[in-house]
Ligand binder design. Sequence first.
Ligand code: SAM
Length: 369
Amino acid sequence: MKERKRGRAEKREEVELEISDVGFGGDGVGRVEGRVWFVPFTLPGEKVVARVVTAKKDFVRAELVRVVAAAAERVEPRCEYFGKCGGCSYQHASYDFQLELKKRQVLSLLRRVARVGDGEVTVRDVVPCVPEFGYRNRITVHIQDGVTGFHRPGGKGLVDIKACAIASEEVNRKLAEFRAKRPYDGHRTLRAYAGPSGFRQTNDFMAEKLAETVCGFFDGGGELLVDAYCGGGFFSRRLREKFRRVVGVDWSVAAIAAARENAAENEEYLEADAADGLREVLGAEGGPGGLSVLLDPPAEGLAPEVAEMLAARTCSPLVYVSCNPSTFARDAAKLSARHRLTEIALFDMFAQTAEIELAALFVPRESGA
Ligand SMILES: C[S@@+](CC[C@H](N)C(=O)[O-])C[C@H]1O[C@@H](n2cnc3c(N)ncnc32)[C@H](O)[C@@H]1O
């Protein structure tokens, strides 16, 4: 390692540092001369040597060169592509520690972004993924210049993948068949199931755990349930008996067609942008009484218009399912004018990766619940 000039970090420079935390997204975080360093594949308490990839005024993105002193939670990664493939972030951490890290990250985002004080909200322990590997019912592979696989970390180029450790046996069988055909450049989603291409949960076992919790949050049932971002009706199908009327909204043609196929008499599905659909159902003036709302948006979270519309109404209850705690925390702050966040359940839908799924329960403030 060469002598460093204080306060500078040059491209490809190697520095020894201590990792103090792992942030949402999976990178280890350390400090060197007041500047934050992000180093993937590291764990809190570890001493590592890292090499600068990009250096900005306030932070440095670096790559791991070697671990000098390993954390007790470090384990041998199971997959030969780990570190070279951009899919998994945590195979180097024991599974129990992955769960602990994910809960810590959610608590930290709630404090910093949603301004939730300690003890104000019940945050349950993460429901573990069973099994910890081989759970994905679909993968999307990319094909370029004879290479079939996944993007490298940071999205630069592809790593050739013969089998994916977090995909199910059936998906890996389809991958082997697909590779044998010497495919053309492009993308291909390989599924363990037949059926429509609209959104479908990727981890069947964990999706059922999530659905049980969501149904429990709507225990009392009610007059009208609006299921915004309803996909093929995964949740509304399970909730329709509790409500007099259920309306699902999704902009995917395939998802709405699938939802309508299985609909009961009290279920309607609107193929629309979430904001337009909500405006239509709730009406311009105040909206219907006895309103319960379920939100399951994509990773970007709620469109500002959707958040504003719901923040101005009283939903009893409002349940928010999120695959991105960062956008959830932003939206929770907006919804909190009339709603109180009381409980969050966490699900390790994608073990070995940096992803976290959550279901949150908001109740009207004036109910004092
Ligand atoms: C995370 S998925 C949830 C699907 C469903 N709740 C489930 O569990 O199967 C998000 C869904 O939101 C839909 N979506 C994304 N942006 C949307 C928008 N602006 N308006 C309406 N639907 C949208 C997608 O088509 C997708 O079905």
